[in-house]
Design a binder for this molecule. Structure first.
Ligand SMILES: [Zn+2]
Length: 459
């Protein structure tokens, strides 16, 4: 056979096999995750030797292997000896903050060493890496609880990026205080001085279609709570009249109560100043308010500002090394040159009030949600959710309840409870396959074997 003939035959062979492969791929658009112990996120008992049949990114059928019809040509993901949970969701992050020391000038003002503009530029450049860190951490959904108007652009980028979690956002925080360090150009915090201004600030976000309106309710000594109530109630009322839910930062019992009475749908922090009372528990329960824990963020600040950095295994593996590297730069800056100095975060009490409050609300049947406040100094985008879950366990929550809080309940914060958050028929196949049992120890959510978003395995 001459060279021409050989190449002709080879070409024919290649073409035939290409056609064959294409046909095979078309026929096997169905994927099955098979053999794992299934924890579906609803809180119901786990199912051993399960099968999850996935087609077009969604779950077509799911249940015990012997009750599910698996098409013969399905592509099999062998998960025998593994555990499968829904993709995790961090219900409280800020993409406009890096987690590094230059990111919150209202806490530590280091703008002389790196300007806010330069920090934002850097954050924008690293966005795709940050998205990936979430997925690799087993997180397929996040809620950005407020930032500059850039947040809406960031949400668009996420929706067009394959290796990105699902992202929902709030725009600028409508706040009771305005830190003097707030950027004038595309600010992340805005402060109304009257109820009318509060309504106006809500309306300015509406054409960008915010998933949530975020209020930052801080009461300083001497602030008049009644005045704050009038302004914040107007913001909540305006949002709700446009069918946009409201998430409120309120860490004190008094402001948290006022926020819920005014119609807040979501509290993004634990109440941490004192024990909650029956009045608060009933308010939150009766209005079905979602209560986000946000326990890890304080540890993050303390760790970096007191220069006692100790990372968990998954933070070391998946945390952004460039962000972590900034933490040690703090030691090189003379504290006397930092405007306002470095705040000292007091050592935590043996058992923080936030832990007891979490248990009181959980036992009252309130929907608890896992969230970290990632992006604040010391709280890493991605792996810090595992730290948060560890703290929820330290407070006394059972692993099953923690999983529900980081999946089903967090999906409710996203407003995506019909599409993700649990592994049930017709929902997206957003899931994590684990090498160890998360019900035996919540830390086993770090033992990630595979992550899947909308039926596609992340490699
Ligand atoms: Zn926050």
């Amino acid at each position: 056979m001459n060279t021409w003939k050989i190449s002709f035959v080879l070409t024919c062979l290649l073409l035939t096999s290409a056609v064959f492969l294409a046909a095979q791929q078309q026929a096997s658009g169905v994927v099955v995750v098979q053999g794992a112990t299934l924890i579906n996120g609803t809180g119901s008992s786990s199912i051993r030797n399960s099968a999850i049949v996935i087609e077009g990114g969604r779950i077509r059928d799911i249940g015990p292997r012997n009750e599910v019809r698996v098409p013969g040509n399905a592509q099999v993901v062998d998960a025998r000896g593994k555990w499968v949970i829904p993709g995790l969701i961090d219900a409280h992050v800020h993409f406009s903050q890096s987690g590094g020391i230059y990111t919150r000038p209202d806490v530590v003002d280091l703008r002389k060493w790196r300007s806010y503009e330069k920090e934002m530029e850097w954050i924008k450049q690293r966005l795709s890496y940050t998205f990936e860190r979430y997925l690799f951490s087993g997180i397929t959904g996040v809620v950005d609880c407020g930032g500059p108007m850039w947040n809406f652009e960031m949400r668009d980028i996420a929706s067009h990026t394959k290796k990105a979690p699902r992202v929902v956002v709030a725009g600028p925080l409508i706040a009771t205080i305005l830190p003097p360090t707030t950027s004038a150009n595309d600010p992340d915090i805005v402060k109304p001085d009257s109820p009318a201004q509060a309504r106006d600030l809500v309306r300015r976000q509406l054409d960008r279609k915010p998933d949530l309106i975020k209020l930052w309710w801080v009461r300083r000594q001497g602030d008049n709570l009644n005045e704050q109530v009038q302004i914040m109630s107007a913001a909540i009322d305006e949002s709700k009249s446009h069918n946009v839910r409201v998430a409120v930062h309120a860490t004190e019992l008094d402001t948290a109560k006022a926020a819920v009475r005014a119609g807040a749908d979501i509290l993004v922090h634990s109440v941490s100043d004192r024990l909650v009372d029956t009045e608060f528990i009933n308010l939150v329960k009766n209005r079905d308010v979602l209560y986000i824990t946000t326990l890890a963020v304080e540890d993050g600040y303390r760790m970096v500002l007191d220069r006692q950095v100790a990372l968990t295994d998954i933070e070391q593996k998946l945390g952004d090394p460039e962000v972590i590297a900034t933490w040690s730069e703090l030691a090189k800056i003379p504290p006397g040159e930092i405007p306002g100095g470095i705040p000292h975060i007091p050592a935590p009490p043996k058992r923080p009030a936030a832990y007891d409050n979490l248990m009181l609300l959980e036992s009252a049947g309130v929907r608890i949600v896992a969230g970290t406040d990632a992006g604040n100094i010391g709280t890493l985008h991605g792996p810090s959710l595992h730290h948060e879950m560890e703290l929820m366990a330290a407070a006394g929550l059972r692993p099953m309840d923690i999983i529900v809080s980081a999946t089903k309940n967090a999906a409710a914060v996203m407003g995506l409870q019909n599409d993700t958050g649990t592994l049930q028929k017709s929902k997206f196949a957003d899931l994590v396959i684990l090498d160890a049992d998360p019900l035996a120890d919540i830390k086993n959510t770090r033992r990630i074997f595979k992550v899947m978003k909308a039926g596609e395995l992340l490699q």
